[in-house]
Design a protein around this ligand. Structure first.
Ligand code: SF4
Ligand code: SF4
Length: 414
């Protein structure tokens, strides 16, 4: 047997099709990649996907079968019942599978929640903060806010005991209100797992105007296709300094009383880097192990690079494991390190940042070298801000103690 491949794959059973029209969601524009096809994953593709994934990852402690969109719940519950059945059919004895789904929550009801609980799905629910911040960009096709619907979904999932992660994008409308956003999730929703994702919508001179109107379909049929080009960003995008402050403000609150009870992915990821074991692709030296599968079986290098130049092939023709280890995909992953500009290579927080994701590297450095991350100023501020407490927590862990002991330390110890 070949050694197992620890890659992660996000499958998009409806492609880019979604029931909402969130202004910043560039993935909506990917619908134009498949104009002819009905954008629904067939049972054949479902079976091929699950069979190849479970075979490639046999021997790993756990396999993640992950659904994302577009909006995966548009496939209907029966599709996911079949998906779970296919997993059961192909699972090797003892192989542990974690089902995950990222959703906007609009279609969830008691029947869905009971199903998700029964099969231990880990659900990522998109909420951008209190009503005004959430409704700023997370809107339905008619432009109306979706806050009430997502709150209904949150309560339903909580009632059924479904493990739920909040996915909060950080943008112009909530970027100055980190503490309000965090306290809302912690105190009003009772959330335990929170992920923050910076919104950086790239555009160039030709696309910026249309991009500013959002990425959904237009009545006049004219829409920009999102690709990783250009050095402009939409006004919805978070500013670098704003993102750094957003994270730092929340960190200062979290470190006082919430270590070990509230899990903020950015802080866990940072601690992993202080320990020397990066856990997220964006903060690792290389990447290339987080791929995206479109509804028709097309496999792309990464969820953020679903565009023709990064299409690796189709799983009906080539086994996904072969494409994951292909020289082309390995080179994609190595480029993350090889293209780091000197400013990053000499940066005091390189070990924590590693230039973040290549998709955001479209600025020039102080010396005029291309490839500096748009969010650099924010990350540099944040990683320097958390250095001391991170060192202390990393030290505690290395002594076999708990990171949350930092909360009981006197100021002169911490
Ligand atoms: S391109 Fe960015 S998001 Fe994609 S795998 Fe690399 S670091 Fe991760
Ligand atoms: S903080 Fe800026 S300079 Fe430092 S590694 Fe990150 S992107 Fe590069």
């Amino acid at each position: 047997m070949n050694s197992p491949l620890p890659f992660h794959l996000l499958a998009k059973p409806t492609g880019a099709v979604c029931n909402l029209d969130c202004k910043y969601c560039f993935y909506l524009s990917k619908e134009t990649l498949y104009p002819e096809s009905p954008s629904r994953m067939s049972d054949d593709v479902l079976e091929t996907y699950v069979r190849q994934l479970l075979a490639a990852q046999r021997g790993l402690p756990e396999v993640s079968v992950s659904w994302q969109g577009g909006e995966p719940t548009l496939m209907g519950l029966d599709f996911f019942r079949r998906a779970v059945a296919v997993v059961e059919r192909y699972k090797a004895p003892g192989q542990r599978v974690q089902h995950t789904m990222q959703t906007n929550g609009v279609l969830l009801n008691d029947e869905w929640a009971a199903f998700l609980k029964e099969h231990d799905f880990l659900v990522g629910l998109s909420i951008d903060g209190p009503k005004a911040m959430h409704d700023a960009y997370r809107v339905a096709k008619g432009g109306q806010g979706t806050y009430e619907q997502v709150m209904r979904a949150w309560k339903g999932l909580s009632r059924h005991g479904v493990e739920t992660n909040i996915l909060c994008t950080v943008h112009a409308a909530n970027g100055d209100h980190g503490l309000d956003v965090y306290r809302f999730f912690r105190d009003e929703l009772g959330a335990k797992f929170i992920q923050f994702i910076p919104i950086v919508e790239r555009a160039d001179e030709n696309t910026i105007e249309k991009a500013s109107d959002g990425w959904g379909a237009r009545r006049d049929g004219e829409r920009p296709f999102y690709s990783q080009h250009g050095d402009l960003v939409t006004e919805r995008s978070v500013r670098p300094d704003q993102y750094g402050r957003f994270l730092s403000d929340i960190f200062d609150e979290w470190i006082k009383a919430d270590v070990g009870t509230i899990f903020v992915q950015s802080f866990d990821a940072a601690l992993a880097n202080w320990i020397g074991q990066p856990s997220m692709c964006i903060f690792s030296p290389t990447c290339g192990n987080a791929l995206a599968l479109e509804h028709n079986g097309d496999l792309y290098a990464c969820d953020h690079y679903v565009e023709p130049d990064y299409l690796l092939g189709n799983i009906a023709d080539t086994d996904m494991a072969e494409m994951v280890i292909s020289p082309r995909q390995r080179q994609f992953g190595r480029d993350k390190l090889d293209t780091l500009p000197r400013q990053c290579r000499e940066c005091e927080v390189l070990f924590a940042c590693y230039g973040e994701c290549p998709r955001n590297r479209f600025l020039k450095t102080e010396d005029g070298e291309p490839g500096l991350n748009y969010l650099c100023a924010g990350y540099r501020q944040f990683f320097n801000h958390v250095d001391r407490p991170m060192q202390i927590m990393a030290g505690l862990l290395s002594e076999g103690r708990f990171a949350d002991e930092i909360m009981g330390m006197q100021p002169d110890q911490a």
